[in-house]
Design a protein around this ligand. Structure first.
Ligand code: C5P
Length: 416
């Protein structure tokens, strides 16, 4: 998605001093930045310096009648192709999560239907506070993309998560996010055999899991969740009732899908168990195989004279195997697993299908040179107990739509 104009809402934090640099970085990409300053932001960065780099008026006051006549808050959002809140303070995040609209920044954010990105910046304890984390969860559900924050030294003298991401990272994540937005909002092709899936309950897992080491570190993998979200979207578009249990991702919840966001494999298993019974289960999540046996309650410190800590790992539950082994009404009629392999893809995938007890396995070769992890395309082979389908490279959205067609065909053949 190419854009011409971004609206940057500058919140009142010390990181506001990076706003002129941000405006310049967007300009370099050929994108004009128009800026809204909150009252607090104007204490950290002068409207004049922003106006001179953006070459545009800086908007500050909702009740400035001249602005409202010339350029109402609705108009501000209408004229932008996307909105970025940077720095996004705890206060602004809270207002967005609650739908509060009492100044120009918050009113504009409530009035927009454009893609919204936020680059949070705040003290580490404010970041970890349950209220902030709760608000961020709400924003993710609302489809808002969260960029950062980074870990590092803070203006308040503390160290931790809460520094606003670097300007170049923010710009590249906005550009990447806009491309993603375009893919996700492409109208899904209607599945053949339309109606077969109507009202069926489809359970989908997606994304990575994060297995904590201490309050700031975790073990994770490179799964983006894109394939699973595309599958959830495609089933919802074909009339199914879709429950998506997702590990941590920045992806917005697809339209018509009931999402539960989790962090760890154990949480994912608990929510999958609670979501059963289902007619179909598609387990795309890249669940971590191991977790740290005992999570440290405080950040593990590095001391000059101490040795590196040893992490003792224990095995995580295998969610796909657990679902496949259920019986009676608890066992979905069709259980589909995914196999991410880097070598001997077909052989390993077939063996996995049998070992785990699922009905189909969708195998993809995730060697880094294929760019599948985090990318927008996929090349898959599907193994069932009696056949193998080889699909050419296509977008993850197309893989999802073709999979829905294959599932519909299968369901049609099943005795009612
Ligand atoms: O064992 P492996 O991770 O390669 O298996 C991949 C398949 O198993 C995927 O469908 C994945 O969602 C599922 N899986 C799971 N629980 C695990 C590990 C993998 O559901 N602990």
């Amino acid at each position: 998605m190419s854009i011409n104009r971004i609206l940057i809402i500058i919140g009142g934090g010390i990181a506001a001093y990076k706003a002129p640099e941000l405006v310049r970085a967007f300009k370099k990409q050929g994108i004009n930045a128009r800026c809204v300053l909150t009252a607090a932001a104007a204490q950290f960065v002068s409207p004049l310096s922003i106006a001179s780099v953006s070459g545009d008026k800086v908007y500050e006051n909702l009740f400035d009648l001249k602005d409202e006549a010339e350029m109402g808050h609705i108009q501000l959002s209408r004229e932008a192709d996307a909105i970025l809140v940077a720095p996004a303070t705890a206060d602004l995040i809270g207002k967005m999560a609650m739908g509060v609209a009492n100044d120009l920044a918050s009113t504009t954010l409530l009035a927009t239907d454009k893609p919204v990105f936020i680059a949070p910046a705040m003290n580490v304890r404010m970041w970890h506070h349950p209220a902030t984390q709760r608000n961020l969860e709400q924003l993710k559900v609302d489809g808002i993309r969260i960029i950062g924050p980074d870990e590092g030294d803070m203006a308040c003298g503390e160290f931790g998560l809460g520094r606003m991401s670097e300007v170049d990272d923010i710009v590249s994540q906005v550009m990447h996010g806009l491309n993603q937005h375009e893919t996700e909002h492409a109208p899904p092709a209607l599945a053949k055999n339309d109606g077969v899936l109507s009202g069926k309950h489809v359970l989908v897992t997606a994304g990575p899991t994060h297995e904590p080491i201490d309050p700031v570190r975790y073990i994770a993998n490179r799964s983006s969740g894109k394939q699973g979200y595309a599958i959830a979207a495609a089933f919802a578009a074909s009339g199914a009732s879709v429950t998506l249990i997702s590990g941590p991702t920045d992806l917005p919840c697809p339209t018509g899908v009931q999402i539960t966001r989790v962090e760890t494999a154990c949480e994912m298993l608990a929510h999958v168990q609670a979501a059963l019974p289902a007619d179909i289960a598609v387990m795309t999540a890249a669940v971590a195989d191991w977790r740290v046996e005992t999570q440290a309650s405080q950040k593990v410190k590095k001391n000059a004279d101490s040795k590196a800590p040893t992490l003792t790992l224990v095995e995580n539950p295998d969610i796909l195997a657990w679902v496949s082994q259920q019986s009676g009404a608890q066992r979905p009629g069709l259980v589909i697993g995914f196999a991410a392999e880097t070598e001997n893809v077909s052989e390993y995938a077939q063996a996995k299908r049998i070992r785990k007890g699922c009905d189909w396995i969708v195998a993809n070769n995730v060697s880094p040179e294929n760019g599948i992890m985090g990318g927008d395309h996929n090349t898959v082979d599907i193994f069932t107990n009696d056949d193998q389908d080889k699909w050419p490279a296509m977008s993850k959205t197309e893989v999802a739509q073709k999979l829905v067609v294959k599932v519909s065909d299968y369901m049609l053949k099943q005795p009612q």
